[in-house]
Structure formats: C-alpha cells, structure tokens
Design a protein around this ligand. Structure first.
Ligand SMILES: [Zn+2]
Length: 295
C-alpha cells in the first residue's frame, strides 16, 4: 500500500510552480472530485524551506536538496552547521527517518530553467517505478521520464529519499522566481497523475501498460573554460531548448566567443537535458547526458 504520501514544494525557494500548487491545495483543500479520486491516500502538503521562499532564493546557505545523505543526517549539528543541514534533520524526523521511513512516498516538486517540459525523475527501476513511469507516460504522453539510478537509492542526497520511495517532478522551462501558467498546469497534472497511480496501485486497478521511453542519466558536461577558469563558449543555439532531443556525433553543442563551433565528439548520440540550467551556473555545468532506453 502507498498510503502516507508527502507532497513537497519549495525545496528550492525560487521554484514557484510547486510552491503555488502546495499553497493552493493548502488553502482550498482537494476538490470533491480530487478527494474521491485519491480516497485511499493520506496526502500531506509541505513547503520545505520557508526561509528560502521569504528570501526569494534557491537556498539560504546550502542546497537543501543535497542534504539528505545518511552521513549528513547522522552528523550532530554545531554552530557552523548550515541552516539547510539543520532543516534536513527536522524534515527527516517528520517524514523519515531515511532508511526506515514512515512515509510511503515523497513527491518533491521542482522547476528548471531548461526546456525539459514535465519530467518525472525516478531513482530506481524496480517494478513499482517502472509501473509508475508507464502509467505517467500513458496518461500524460507529453511527459518525460528521467531515471537517475547511477547510485543506490539511499546514497542520493535528495529530499525525496527520506521516504520509503521518493520521486521528483521537474518542470520547465521557467525562469527562477517566475510563475508561468503552462508550467504550473503541467506541474499540477503530473502531481495528479502520480496520485492517480498510487490510488490505482492501492485498489489493484492498475492495467498493464506498454513499455515506455526512459532517459537514463549519464554524466554532467561542463562548459569549456580557459586557464583562469573563465568560460570560452556558450550553449550553441542548435542545442539550446532542445532538451531530450538526440545530440548526434558531429552536431554542435557550444559556440565559442570567437565564433567557432564545438561538436559532440562521442561515437554515440546522447540525450542532453538540464541544458543551460541557471542553478548549475556556479558549477559550470552546461548540460547532463542520457541514454534512451525502454522500460
Ligand atoms: Zn529545484
């Protein structure tokens, strides 16, 4: 049974879609229609980092969505412990504890400045998550499924991993701090479809859906830098906004400031995403790669 579900927004304080959805559902509650659709579910609604919301920033001291490692949660706090590290421990008491959680599923809602549309991020490819991915793709064909299983579930530092199971909704492209209607509606639809899945799972009414396309995370590709660590190129216009479209060998990915193209040199095509994501600016990450698989 997937009974206790934590729906979370505001893990990053400037990602407005999840924040607005949580606020709206907190103030008006589920409509009668939604309440009956989700009758087997006990859904809590939480804003994870209210201080970051007030300050209109992604985080105040450290990225909250990297604080949920078992080591980090175990470490005793002292004066130098970052705000978000302390906050992670509080949230973990409420919705975890990670590894032995009282919450069946954590759904954590994010926005990206990249043109990723509505993306469901899953961290495992077990039967539950494969069924979830197929259900979401069947009911929301425009959705993308991203699988980040490069390490075991419990080794991720993501907030959603404090649940027995955890997934993320990642919707873009939307500038930080801005609320776009199209992005909001995609966010709401994906949240509802995931809850529909849980309801169907609980009531044994899941159908067998066909295999679906899944993008499996590869690695981060950095911007080219000079010896001083300054960027020498920007994302090529042919790549910009083309998240999850194939980048084929020989196709341009960067344009240098002196007007030359830098091409994708690998032997295989890749499926870039988080292209030019604003939050990864400091890390000089240009995009992430993925392979396309069927699950
Ligand atoms: Zn985020």
């Amino acid at each position: 049974m997937i009974n206790k579900i934590a729906l979370v927004g505001g893990t990053h304080g400037n990602e407005t879609s999840g924040i607005q959805l949580i606020h709206n559902w907190q103030s008006s509650g589920f409509s009668d229609e939604l309440a009956s659709r989700f009758s087997s579910l006990d859904v809590s609604l939480t804003i994870a980092n209210p201080d970051a919301l007030s300050a209109h920033v992604r985080f105040v001291e450290e990225d909250l969505n990297r604080q949920f490692t078992l080591e980090g949660l175990d470490k005793p706090s002292n004066e130098s412990t970052a705000k978000e590290a302390k906050l992670a421990k509080q949230l973990n008491q409420k919705f975890g504890p990670k590894g032995d959680s009282g919450t069946d599923l954590v759904i954590d809602i994010h926005n990206t400045t990249s043109n990723m549309g509505a993306t469901l991020i899953i961290l495992e490819a077990d039967d539950f998550h494969v069924q979830l991915a197929r259900f979401v793709k069947h009911n929301m064909p425009e959705a993308n499924i991203l699988l980040e299983d490069e390490k075991p579930y419990l080794e991720h530092g993501y907030l959603c991993t404090m649940g027995k199971r955890g997934v993320m909704i990642e919707v873009g492209g939307q500038p930080q701090g801005v609320l776009r209607e199209d992005v909001y509606l995609l966010t709401q639809t994906m949240a509802e479809v995931i809850l529909d899945f849980c309801q169907a799972y609980n009531t044994d009414s899941l159908e067998q859906y066909p295999e679906c396309e899944v993008f499996r995370l590869g690695e981060n590709i950095k911007f080219p830098l000079n010896e001083q660590g300054k960027r020498t190129a920007m994302i090529h216009h042919a790549l910009q906004d083309n998240d999850f479209a194939p980048l084929i060998p020989g196709a341009p990915m960067f344009r240098t400031f002196d007007g030359k193209d830098i091409e994708w040199q690998e032997a295989q095509e890749t499926y870039p995403h988080f292209i030019n994501e604003a939050a990864y600016h400091k890390l000089d990450v240009a995009f992430a790669t993925a392979t396309r698989i069927m699950l």
